[in-house]
Design a protein around this ligand. Structure first.
Ligand code: HSE
Length: 440
């Protein structure tokens, strides 16, 4: 019988500090939940001299990751450095030594997940990645265990706090995009280089992980349609409000569930700004908060809401995984729950529905010359492409000048929308803003 479980942590940054703090502050609670203590036996980082404000035996700090992984006292390895390399190399080294792993690295799992899960399976070790999606929100465990009896067929996620903070501020204070980004950076909510967050790639990484667990299929990240929030203006947020909608950056995934528009064996996976009804629960999720709305065939709607980032919330998810794995080590029940929820030989390769076949309602904002007859020209081209208009809004009057004209369409295909916009833009000097609408 082991007397304690040794934890080796790679990365002593924001999340690493949160993990160490929780492991120290909640040591007794954790011992009561596992049965034996979790003890930090090593922390590896390039910087082992800065004061992080945590009282520690400095002897456990090292710059030598290999030594930390090889240390026979390290029972579980935690990777918190992010990025693809050298994180992947460290993870593979730990797994091939038969050491279970906890990681928050969504980019790595979205890109190299298949190889990492297969290696963990081969060596019979657990991997915890609760912190990779939604920070402190227990969404991975919800999908892997809580909803194991469910066919979860729809996922709508606000899974990037930076983008949600920016859209919330723009909506509430009518501040332009660049100004809000600068303010978010000053407040520490946005990275110095926020491109992964605001261009939607971070949400796509997280969506790929969720799809894997919910639908039992790997997805090729490059095939997931990904559009960020950089083109959204206050004008769009204001027009959305007029129509009773809110704009959120959503990760959306759907799996065939008897809907003729999504045949058997196909899935939808996309990340883009989305107009959702003001009264929907996701429309109430503001600031840096994340939320994921799942729909299961038997259970119906489930929502998980919480802090998607930050030292302690993300640290809490990592510690939850450590406890889970430590319990498995104590009871010798490793890989009791399959890494990707489905048994490895029972996963299947589902086909991603081409974006051109998407069918939904659209918000279109044209910038047109304010001349008589312009509306009928726009309507004519849309009609020629089988697109029916549900509402139109034109604000202000600037005879001969440029004005925004906003339309909401009935359901149309992406192919027809793109073809119509291409034709319309042949006569316009400014790009048309397209926002997809989800009303369910
Ligand atoms: N950068 C992410 C966000 C947090 O803004 O939500 C870490 O996944």
């Amino acid at each position: 019988m082991k007397q304690r479980i040794g934890i080796g942590i790679i990365g002593f940054g924001t999340v690493g500090c949160g993990v160490v703090k929780i492991l120290i502050d909640q040591a007794e609670l954790i011992r009561r939940r596992v049965g034996i203590p979790l003890e930090i036996v090593g922390i590896a980082d390039q910087d082992i001299t800065s004061d992080r404000g945590i009282a520690l035996d400095r002897g456990i700090l090292t710059t030598d990751v290999k030594r930390l992984i090889d240390n026979p006292q390290t029972d579980i390895v935690v990777e918190l450095i992010g990025g693809l390399e050298p994180a992947k190399q460290f993870i593979v080294a730990a797994l091939t030594k038969g050491k279970p792993l906890v990681t928050a690295n969504k980019a790595l799992l979205a890109v190299h997940g298949e190889e990492i899960y297969a290696t963990a399976q081969q060596y019979g070790v657990d991997i915890g990645f609760e912190a990779s999606v939604g920070g402190g929100m227990p969404i991975i465990r919800t999908l892997r265990e809580g909803l194991a009896g469910e066919k979860v067929h729809t996922i709508y996620g606000i899974i990037n706090g930076t983008a949600n903070y920016i859209l919330t501020k723009m909506n509430e204070e009518e501040v332009p995009f660049q100004e809000v980004v600068a303010e978010a950076q000053r407040a520490g909510f946005a990275e110095a280089d926020p491109s992964t967050d605001i261009e939607g790639l971070d949400s796509a990484h997280k969506l790929a992980i969720l799809i894997n667990l919910a639908f039992g299929t790997p997805v090729n990240l490059g095939d997931v349609y990904t559009e960020g929030v950089t083109s959204i203006t206050s004008l769009d947020l204001e027009a959305a409000r007029e129509f009773g909608y809110t704009i959120k950056l959503l990760g959306i995934a759907k799996w065939s569930c008897g809907d003729a528009r999504l045949p058997q064996g196909q899935i939808e996976a996309r990340v883009h700004p989305t107009m959702i009804p003001n009264h929907s629960p996701l429309a109430q999720v503001n600031g840096v908060f994340n939320a994921i709305h799942l729909v299961g065939e038997s259970v119906g709607d489930i929502m998980v809401y919480g802090r998607g980032a930050g030292s302690l919330p993300t640290g809490s998810a990592v510690v939850g995984d450590l406890i889970d794995i430590a319990r498995n080590l104590v009871t010798k029940a490793c890989v009791r729950v399959p890494h990707c929820s489905f048994q490895p030989d029972a996963r299947e390769m589902l086909r991603l529905k081409p974006m051109a076949e998407l069918c939904c309602a659209y918000y279109l904002r044209f910038t047109v010359q304010d001349t008589p007859g312009i509306l009928s020209q726009l309507a004519g081209i849309l009609g020629d492409h089988d697109i029916s208009i549900a509402s139109v809004l034109q604000r202000g009057r600037e005879r001969g000048g440029k004005v925004p004209v906003v339309m909401i369409t009935h359901e149309a295909t992406e192919h027809n929308i793109q073809a119509a916009i291409q034709k319309i833009e042949g006569n316009l000097s400014e790009r048309t803003m397209i926002i997809r609408i989800e009303s369910q």
